[in-house]
Design a protein around this ligand. Sequence first.
Ligand SMILES: [Zn+2]
Length: 406
Amino acid sequence: MPDTKPILLLPERVWTAGEVHARWAVLVAGNRIAAAGPADRLDAPPDAERIELPGQTLLPGLMDLHSHLFLHSYNRTSWDDQVLKESEAYRTLRAVTHARDTLQAGFTTLRDLGTEGAGYADVAIKRAIDESLIEGPRLYVAGRAIVATGSYGPAARNYRPDCCLPQGAEEASGVDEIVRAVRHQASHGADWIKVYADYRTGPNGETRPTFSEDELRALVATAHDTGRPVSAHAASDEGMRRSAVAGVDTIEHGYGGSDATFALMAKKGVAFLPTLTAPEAIGEYFFGYVAGKTEPTAQMRLAEQGFRTALKHGVMIGCGSDVGVFAHGTNQRELAWMVRLGLTPAQALLAATSVDAKILGKQDLGEIREGFLADAIAVKGDPVQDIAAVKNVTFVMKNGRIHRRP
Ligand SMILES: [Zn+2]
């Protein structure tokens, strides 16, 4: 580690792992938390840099396990136009600013679920962040992602039939092609394998399952052989059911999930990332939805139903927002949604810290605890009383390095 001085953080209170600790201090040495406990009993070296955070709550760096750094808000540029008209170089430059905005907003870890047509540029962004060339969160990336042939976008039906359209993910059909795609993506640096288990392929654009159960099983087995977990996009009950049966590790969206399917997920330990903010953003862009003024859209109601069903069956629920559909750096909207739909603020904070760390399989992340990686943020006020406090980030530390100061 660089020979930086130890840092002593002195907030009003510390929130970690569901508990509030008044007048705690936290000592950081190198990239790890060296000590965390009552300020009057914590022995800090005399040369430690003291950072006072009066009136502020220190909490573990927040996580968002469903992001798209290579997308920007659809109301300004449609998804098709981003994929078809923006070069990979341009999209990568945008992603650099998105990564910085995300970190400044207190999100120190992201799982980025597919570049949507920008190849493996996410692997490059991750490397540049790790080498401190640019500022951004700790990244887990999925590379190109895998879709069934002809199922994704830009959709062929919307263009002249002889158009050769670049796609938002890698197409595959049949066990052989799927196994090859998984191995390719793993070899190019994907940390997770992302698969679209369903998409809007029905005759009238209805969501239909895309891969067969056999195809999904082959995908999961190959990914797990390489030591990589699998994330499945699934918005229909059948897509979710096939994914869970095939043994994926997380299911994204889950808007149409039935009681039986969420119960199956709970039984098999499949985690759920509800992406509640994406339907709200789509509602705002295209259906005239205004928070507090108009009725929620049909898709928003479905998302709410899926979330409540998951809660009822005790499914592990993490924080994953689908940011990229909406502005980077406003990831905290997802926590506000989870609270609106029945979680306590402390439960929502747990989802975005300890639970997300568990989903990532990281045992030294997501808590303010001795020996853990030093990812910590401070916010004005007390987010356990009012989750809106997570909007007011004053201090950001990742890996022991300070990226924002009060
Ligand atoms: Zn997504």
